[in-house]
Design a protein around this ligand. Structure first.
Ligand SMILES: Cc1cc2nc3c(=O)[nH]c(=O)nc-3n(C[C@H](O)[C@H](O)[C@H](O)COP(=O)(O)O)c2cc1C
Length: 234
């Protein structure tokens, strides 16, 4: 499949090349390959370096494969059972309350890019049965199945059913300007529901630049009591 992605800044080509295909060559990965993928993932940053993640895997055809195959939902099972391995990424909400999913997501990103570097493809799936994952992995309550990841060698899209073959393309991204703003005011920000900030209201929300830095009061964490004033920073 031809990847037509391009962008405007000189980023590493891996970011454009990595994508989530559904066509895989039905051959098992090796344990060494899985170890290499998860080795990369575990170098991801995490809040207080808690590393609240765990990767449980089954190699295609091994003793755990059938049980892992039952975890993705029906729509994903149509294609992901050709993958060379299925990995269930689990986060630990007890180890890092409020940050476990965020950190696990970063680790998944590292794994995906390492796979790309090894000539492998990955496809994360949020469409899976958490109950099934919990049962297969015998997860206690505080361990959260976040995503199932199909990994393998990229296959030929012609092997896919018609409807999936049509979707085997490199997806686009929102424009940079829509996801980036200098400060709080930008069309992209406002589209997402953030209230527009007038220049004067913005100034009242930030520390005065005229006071010496050591004398600046910290920003209040909560709005002071009273009726909301129009134009306050959201
Ligand atoms: C958390 C998460 C859940 C996803 N769930 C599914 C899924 O259930 N089925 C699927 O086909 N793709 C799934 N995807 C893949 C996304 O649709 C895909 O990453 C996105 O469209 C961007 O395309 P790209 O990865 O090819 O760049 C998921 C991706 C992530 C990160």
């Amino acid at each position: 499949m031809h990847n037509t992605r391009s962008t405007t800044t000189p980023i590493h080509s891996q970011f454009l090349e990595r994508m989530s295909p559904r066509a895989f060559v039905p051959e098992a990965l090796t344990t060494a390959q899985i170890e290499q993928l998860v080795d990369a993932a575990r170098w991801a940053p995490s809040a207080s370096n808690k590393q609240p993640w765990h990767f449980a895997y089954a190699l295609r055809g091994d003793a755990n494969w059938d049980a892992f195959s039952a975890i993705p939902n029906e729509a994903n099972r149509r294609w992901c059972l050709n993958a060379g391995a299925l990995i269930v990424l689990v986060s630990d909400r007890q180890a890092s309350p409020g940050k476990h999913s965020f950190d696990a997501g970063c680790a998944w990103g590292y794994l995906a890019l390492q796979a790309h570097d090894m000539g492998l493809a990955t496809h994360a799936m949020g469409g899976f049965s958490a109950d099934e994952a919990r049962a297969v992995l015998r997860l206690p309550e505080h361990l959260v199945p976040e995503v199932v990841i199909a990994v393998g060698r990229r296959g030929d899209a012609s092997a896919l059913p018609d409807d999936l073959r049509e979707r085997e393309t490199a997806s686009p991204r929102k424009p940079l300007a829509e996801v980036l703003s200098a400060g709080p005011s930008s069309p992209g920000f406002e589209k997402k529901g953030f209230r527009p900030c007038t220049a004067s209201a913005f100034r009242s929300c930030i520390r005065s630049d005229s006071s010496p830095s050591h004398a600046r009061a910290p920003l209040p964490l909560r709005a002071p009591p009273g009726p909301p004033s129009p134009g306050r920073c959201g």
